[in-house]
Design a protein around this ligand. Structure first.
Ligand code: ATP
Ligand code: MG
Length: 345
C-alpha cells in the first residue's frame, strides 16, 4: 500500500463528480441496469457533474481483431443509455478513444504499478481464466485497471457507481493516486469511492455468479418480448426443487435474485420466497411473475429504443461534441500532472 500525504480539502470545492463507463463489447443487460445504471440515473439528478464513458479502447484489450464489432457496439450502447433515461444534458456521454489524454495518463501511471500487482487483481485473474489467457495475455488486458485509473482521475471523479466486480479497480486507482501524490509531494490527483448498488452482482440466467456479455447468460435491455419470455421461462432455478410440494431454495436461485432486484412489490417477493421455502409454490408460477416484472421494466425502454434507432446521426454528433468537452477537462488534469512530473517544456 502506498504511503499517504496528509488529507486536505484540496478537492472539496469541486463537489461530487461521478464517472462510470461500459465496454462496447455488446449491448447492455439487466445486470448493468441493477449494478450501475440505476445509480447513474439517481446521480444525474443529484449532482452537477456526471461522466459516462464508452470504453472502446478497453474493449479492444480482449477484442483487438474485432474493432468493427466494437465500433458498431458504441452506437448500440449509446442508444441503450438514452433509452434507459440517461440524459446528455445532465450526463456527459463520451467515447474513450476520442479523449487521447486518457492514454497519455495511462502510460504515466504504468510507472507506478508493478507486474505482480496487476497479476494479483482478482477480477482480472478471473477473467483471464474465463478467456483462457495464460502467459500470452495481451499486456493491454492485464493493464486495463491502470487505464481505468486514468479514466476516473482525469475527470477528478470521486464517485464511481459500479458492480462489485469493479472494487479491485477502485482500490488500484486509489493506490496509484496515493503513490503519485506521495512521490511528488503534491496533491495532484483525487481519490475516489466505489458506489455499489444493493444488488452488487446480478447472476446469469444460467445461475452463474455473474451475468456477463462474454458468457452470454444475459437478458438484454434490447431483447424483444418473445426473447425475454424464452429466457425467463428457461432460467435456472433450484435443481433440488423437483416437485411443486418440495421445499425450495431461494438463496442462489436467480429467479428470486431478479425479483429482489427488480420487483417494486418487495412484500410480495418476501411472501413468495417464504412459500417457496415451505414448498407448494411451483417454479413456473414464480417465473411467470418475474416475466411480468421484467416486461414492465423493459417495455418502455424498448419503445424509446426504437425511436432512438432512427436518430443515429444526431447521437453520433452528440457523442463527438461531448468527447471534445471531456478531452478539454482531461487535458487540464494531464497538464497539472506533467507539471509536477517536470514534463512541462
Ligand atoms: P464483459 O463481459 O465484456 O466484461 P460486462 O457484462 O462485465 O462485459 P462491463 O462493460 O465490463 O460489462 O461492465 C460495465 C459495468 O456494469 C461495471 O460497473 C460492472 O461492474 C457492471 N456489471 C457488469 N455485469 C454486472 C452484473 N452481472 N451485475 C452487476 N453489475 C454488473
Ligand atoms: Mg466486465
Amino acid at each position: 500500500m502506498a504511503e499517504k500525504i496528509p488529507k486536505s480539502d484540496r478537492f472539496e470545492h469541486l463537489g461530487n463528480i461521478v464517472l462510470t463507463g461500459d465496454r462496447p463489447s455488446g449491448r447492455l443487460h439487466i445486470g448493468h441496469y441493477a449494478g450501475s445504471i440505476q445509480k447513474r440515473l439517481e446521480f444525474q439528478d443529484q449532482y452537477d457533474h456526471n461522466f459516462i464513458m464508452i470504453a472502446d479502447m478497453q474493449a479492444l484489450t480482449d477484442h483487438a481483431a474485432g474493432g468493427e464489432a466494437v465500433s458498431q457496439s458504441v452506437m448500440q450502447l449509446a442508444i441503450d443509455y438514452l433509452a434507459v433515461g440517461l440524459d446528455p444534458e445532465k450526463s456527459t456521454i463520451f467515447i474513450q478513444s476520442l479523449v487521447p489524454e486518457l492514454t497519455e495518463l495511462t502510460v504515466l501511471y504504468m510507472n507506478f504499478v508493478s507486474l505482480a500487482r496487476l497479476k494479483r487483481n482478482p477480477t482480472v485473474k478471473n477473467e483471464m481464466q474465463q478467456k483462457g489467457f495464460g502467459e500470452t495475455v495481451p499486456i493491454g488486458f492485464l493493464n486495463y485497471p491502470v487505464s481505468q485509473a486514468a479514466d476516473i482521475t482525469a475527470f477528478m471523479a470521486n464517485l464511481v457507481p459500479v458492480g462489485n466486480d469493479q472494487l479491485p479497480m477502485i482500490e488500484q486507482t486509489n493506490e496509484i493516486v496515493r503513490s503519485i501524490n506521495y512521490t511528488y509531494q503534491a496533491e495532484v490527483l483525487r481519490e475516489c469511492e466505489a458506489i455499489v448498488s444493493k444488488t452488487g452482482r446480478l447472476p446469469g440466467t444460467d445461475g452463474a455468479a455473474k451475468m456477463s456479455k462474454t458468457v452470454g447468460n444475459c437478458i438484454y435491455l434490447s431483447d424483444d418480448e418473445k426473447t425475454v419470455k424464452e429466457k425467463v421461462m428457461g432460467m435456472f432455478t433450484d435443481p433440488g426443487h423437483l416437485r411443486v410440494e418440495d421445499p425450495g431454495k431461494v438463496e442462489g436461485n436467480p429467479v428470486f435474485t431478479y425479483l429482489k432486484a427488480f420487483d417494486p412489490d418487495q412484500d410480495l417477493v418476501q411472501e413468495m420466497a417464504d412459500h417457496y421455502r415451505r414448498g407448494g409454490l411451483g417454479d413456473v408460477k414464480v417465473k411467470r411473475h418475474l416475466l411480468e416484472v421484467m416486461q414492465d421494466l423493459l417495455t418502455p425502454i424498448r419503445t424509446r429504443r426504437a425511436e432512438y434507432e432512427k436518430e443515429q446521426d444526431q447521437i453520433l454528433a452528440m457523442l463527438k461534441e461531448n468527447s471534445a468537452k471531456a478531452s478539454a477537462i482531461a487535458h487540464k488534469t494531464l497538464t497539472q500532472l506533467k507539471q509536477v512530473m517536470s514534463l512541462d517544456y
